[in-house]
Design a protein around this ligand. Structure first.
Ligand code: ASN
Length: 322
């Protein structure tokens, strides 16, 4: 169904999508998205998660560096009240502070701005503004996070299949049921099997979602300094769709975090609160992740471009009419 990764859409379909009056054609996507969001939020609340609200401007944000998947063209900083603030690339730093000071189990629908390189428009899988369904749980392990997302995603798919059969049919989408637990494979195994290009190939090779673990990236994900193993994970979707969740067990020790911040060439003063809590022994171990809301809905409706589920598409390199 989906064209080759890296070129899922062309300029003509992007031009069409970014016209303000193209909304009408995509109304079915918003109806499905409503059921998806409602189900996931209800399931999280049933599991005892508290719903907290996002921030959008802050002195600190996710550096998104080093990350093999990142391709940020511009980082947005602005001045307000005489202070420099950044727009949120993700709320990871805030999640770590909040989970340590309370509540210990929460979720956030968090808007992120990531000015991705223009060529990413054509992957069909990148946006310059999107929303993450973020969770964080104190003292949790990666398997706990797997179970939470498996439950909310499979419940959402079940509900859409049951309640929106006609809409799926009109969209021409044959949506398979999700059957947890999903398979878990390490990045090292994938490199052996598919080579360094595993990330492009995997979404075309799998028939069910797969958790990929042990990915070297930002300082806040837990790294075992003895074995070199990272206790982090991404969830990949089949049918050519790809990564939809990213998360990790987290670093919480002061010295280790500082070593990694310096190793990555970041500025310790950008993460002052995190480091202060860690130094005082108040930064709790936790695990969490974020699900790309538009990506998951795009998978559910069978969209060619993830922007098809946004009312006002935010496609890298293309600023629409609204
Ligand atoms: N949401 C991710 C996490 O919880 C971080 C990210 O978006 N870079 O780990």
């Amino acid at each position: 169904m989906v064209l080759e990764v890296g070129r899922r859409v062309d300029d003509a379909s992007i031009a069409e999508l970014t016209r303000a009056d193209s909304i009408e054609k995509r109304r079915a996507h918003f109806a499905v998205g409503t059921v998806v969001l409602k189900t996931m939020v209800e399931e999280l609340i049933d599991m005892g998660f508290e719903w907290v609200l996002p921030v959008m401007l802050s002195r600190t944000t996710d550096p998104l560096w080093p990350d093999p998947g990142a391709s940020i063209e511009k980082r947005i900083e602005l001045e307000i009240y005489g202070e420099r603030v950044r727009t949120m690339q993700s709320m990871i730093v805030h999640k770590r502070v909040l989970v340590s000071l309370g509540p210990e189990k929460f979720f956030i629908l968090s808007p992120n701005i990531r000015i991705e390189k223009r060529e990413r428009a054509y992957t069909g899988w990148h946006l310059y503004e999107f929303t993450q369904l973020e969770i964080e749980m104190a003292y949790a392990r990666m398997q706990d996070v797997f179970r939470v997302y498996e439950r909310i995603m499979s419940a959402a798919v079940r509900r859409v299949r049951e309640e929106m059969r006609d809409v799926l049919q009109a969209l021409g989408r044959e949506l398979p049921e999700l059957r947890p637990p999903f398979k878990v494979v390490s990045r090292r195994e994938l490199v052996k099997k598919y080579g360094e290009d595993w990330e492009r190939r995997l979404p075309h090779e799998i028939r069910e979602p797969v958790w990929v673990t042990d990915i070297p990236r930002e300082f806040y994900d837990y790294e075992d300094f003895e074995t070199g193993e990272w206790r982090n994970y991404d969830l990949y979707l089949p049918e050519g769709y790809g990564e939809v969740i990213s998360g990790a067990e987290r670093e919480y020790e002061y010295e280790k975090m500082l070593t990694k911040i310096k190793r990555d060439g970041l500025r310790a003063e950008d993460f002052e609160v995190l480091l202060r809590l860690a130094r005082e022994g108040r930064l709790k171990p936790s695990a969490g992740a974020g699900l790309g809301v538009e990506r998951f809905i795009a998978y559910v409706v069978g969209a060619r471009h993830v922007a098809e589920v946004q009312p006002f598409p935010r496609i890298p390199g293309f600023v629409g009419e609204l």
